[in-house]
Design a protein around this ligand. Sequence first.
Ligand code: ZN
Length: 497
Amino acid sequence: MKAVELLKEKLKTVYCLRETVELLNWDQETMMPPAASSARADQVGAVAELAHQLFTAKEIGEYLQQAQDAGVEPNSADGRLLRKVRREYERETLVPQKLAADLAAASAASRDAWMKARQANDYEIFRPWLEKVVELTRQIAKCYCPAGNLYDALLDGYEPGLKTAEVARVFAGLREGLVDLVKRIAKAKQVDDSVVLLPYSVDKQEQFVRSVITDMGYDWQRGRLDEVVHPFCCSFSTRDVRITTAYREQELAKAVFGAIHETGHALYEQGSPAEWVHTPLEGGASMGMHESQSRMWENIIGRSLPFWHYYFPKLQSVFPEQLAKCQLSEFYRAINKVQPTLIRTEADEVTYNLHIMLRFELEQALIEGSLDTRQLPEVWNKAMEEYLGIRPSDDLTGCLQDVHWSLGLIGYFPTYALGNLISAQVWQSLCQQVGNVEDKLQKGDLASIRNWLQEHIYVHGSSLLPEELIQQATRRSLEAQPFLDYLNAKYGAIYHL
Ligand code: ZN
């Protein structure tokens, strides 16, 4: 058997084990009885450790070398598989096991401290742990890249190939335009969103959500929808991609757009070529690329006027009591209300990226050592004031709001904003190539959009680097301008700017 085939055989076991970890996690969030949590931690730990051992085994390195020596065509599926596995193998084997275990232990303790700090609304309880996690993360980054930029090394784990300087360049082009748009909106006549805050029966919300997801092309034969506290999408191979959502009576928009968002992720996962099942080529190109697909469906399509031109009468017939007298234009404005908020997860699509830029700048400074953890709350609050014109009055609504840093997820935040930028750039190309997209949306034709995405994005799974995929799908590198153009056109009309 050829080395590449032997490698694939070994990797199949690794991927089946990783998918099993995902399945155990899904079960924990949706079905598992509460008393099982410590037993589940043991089970997840055991399977994940086994997957790690098999993946970092010496023979994987040997097969990789032999396969490369045999001269595989770099642009073939095998060539791309080798490139991806080589990158990941190097990352996983460069970090000493002791250091990885120290970070895992510190993250668990740090997350507990973060929760306690939130309960007490006191950053000082969390601060020593943050300091420890940052220090360990810095040491890990040094293993990846002893002489280079440490933040680059961390970013590469989420956005393969992307450099900090490139993110900074793209964000710089975005910042001014966003701050300016937020200011202009603040001066305009504000939107009344009371209609979406009325009580809506949860059962009927679910009925509506399921019909939209079905129209989007979600394959129920290879998926299911369940209820959780914090919604997510997870995939155990392209044959089984599950989504979750949360319903609350007075939060219709959260359920609808949350479900559309997760379905955007799911379509990407279900769209991977079937022959790549249990291989490293399944899934998406990067976190940012994945987020571009969910945000495109959620915001660019799901919060657009033509989309609701088709779906609003349907929603009205499900909820006649609340919506019979509401005009489409009123509903459209209500679901696109812009209002600076202290909490990132509650932010609208105009202000959201400013929350991310703030985190990107601060976590870079933490890793470089130019920001002391003692200064974090003050620096955070000052930046919020500068970007969004509002200042947190406590740590809970300031630097204690996100779980990421407590877990050592540093370098992850930029992917959220990159997702928004990529979504607008890909959308521009899609509109040019598909043609009459507004008309199609008005008629409820989501298939033309999904088919284009299948052909230009989903079909590549994770075989390309994000930069290659963006270049191939849009014929240019990532830019902030398409996103700014999209926001200015949409919100210029909504707020009469
Ligand atoms: Zn997402």
